[in-house]
Design a protein around this ligand. Structure first.
Ligand code: SAH
Length: 225
């Protein structure tokens, strides 16, 4: 399979073909079928969200370094998280951990508005410019500790944390609408599981999915630096 993926991603191949191969061989074959997720991942040019030294690996089945010790998630993990959120075009989503801006672009393809928070200012600014250049007008950026959420913009229909936390921070649960869904990698600092939390009435329902490994959420309701 690895050989097949690599052979479909030779340096001579146009990025559009590599992206199609990524969706076919890494995402659909692993059981992601939500049409909106597949369409968004077929469209967003992932190679424009990585550094120039990583462009050739942009569509590989792996996370990649984006500088300052942070990573852009593996394409499959982006697809799983996006599918678990159960998105449609009417929703507003909060993302914690803008990073490269790739996940924000995937969300922005699907939903009405994305608010995204990043603690490292240079990442926020680079992501802001990328998304602006690509024509996204439905994304708001902020540099801050996202573990406390974004009270002025709350409530959110969906919240996605793309950094690992001990648990989903309480302020984020409070900033979810009734019926809202939050997805996050939770657990220990070096090994987590994807958690989907749904708020309905007074109840909170938690379901655990795949094991995963994310960089830590650093902040008041995350880990210490
Ligand atoms: N979603 C990103 C990848 C995220 S990597 C993408 O598509 O590229 C995790 C990011 O979370 C890192 O950029 C890190 O700086 C950021 N982060 C960590 N703790 C944070 C916090 N408390 N608030 C906001 N961002 C945080």
């Amino acid at each position: 399979m690895i050989d097949r993926i690599r052979s479909l991603q030779s340096p001579d191949q146009p990025f559009d073909d590599r992206r199609r191969a990524m969706v076919d061989t890494q995402i659909m074959t692993r059981g992601i079928h939500a049409p909106l997720v597949l369409e968004a991942m077929s469209k967003v040019p992932r190679h424009l969200f990585v550094g120039s030294d990583a462009v050739e690996r942009a569509y590989y089945d792996m996370a990649l370094d984006i500088g300052m010790g942070q990573t852009i998630s593996q394409p499959y993990m982006v697809a799983v998280m996006t599918e678990l959120l159960g998105l449609n075009s009417t929703l507003r989503v909060l993302e914690i951990g803008t990073g490269s801006g790739y996940q924000a672009a995937i969300l922005a393809e699907i939903v009405r508005e994305v608010c995204t928070i990043e603690r490292i200012e240079s990442h926020t600014e680079r992501a802001r410019h990328r998304l602006n250049d690509l024509g996204y007008t439905n994304v708001r950026f902020r540099t801050a500790d996202g573990s406390v959420g974004w009270a002025e913009e709350a409530p959110f229909d969906r919240i996605l944390i793309t950094a690992a936390a001990p648990d989903i921070p309480q302020p984020l649960i409070e900033q979810l609408t009734d019926g809202g869904i939050a997805v996050a990698p939770v657990g220990a600092r070096h090994t987590q599981q994807l958690l989907k939390l749904q708020k309905s009435g007074g109840d909170i329902v938690r379901e655990f999915y795949v094991p995963c490994l994310f960089v830590p959420l650093i902040g008041q309701y995350g880990w210490q630096e």
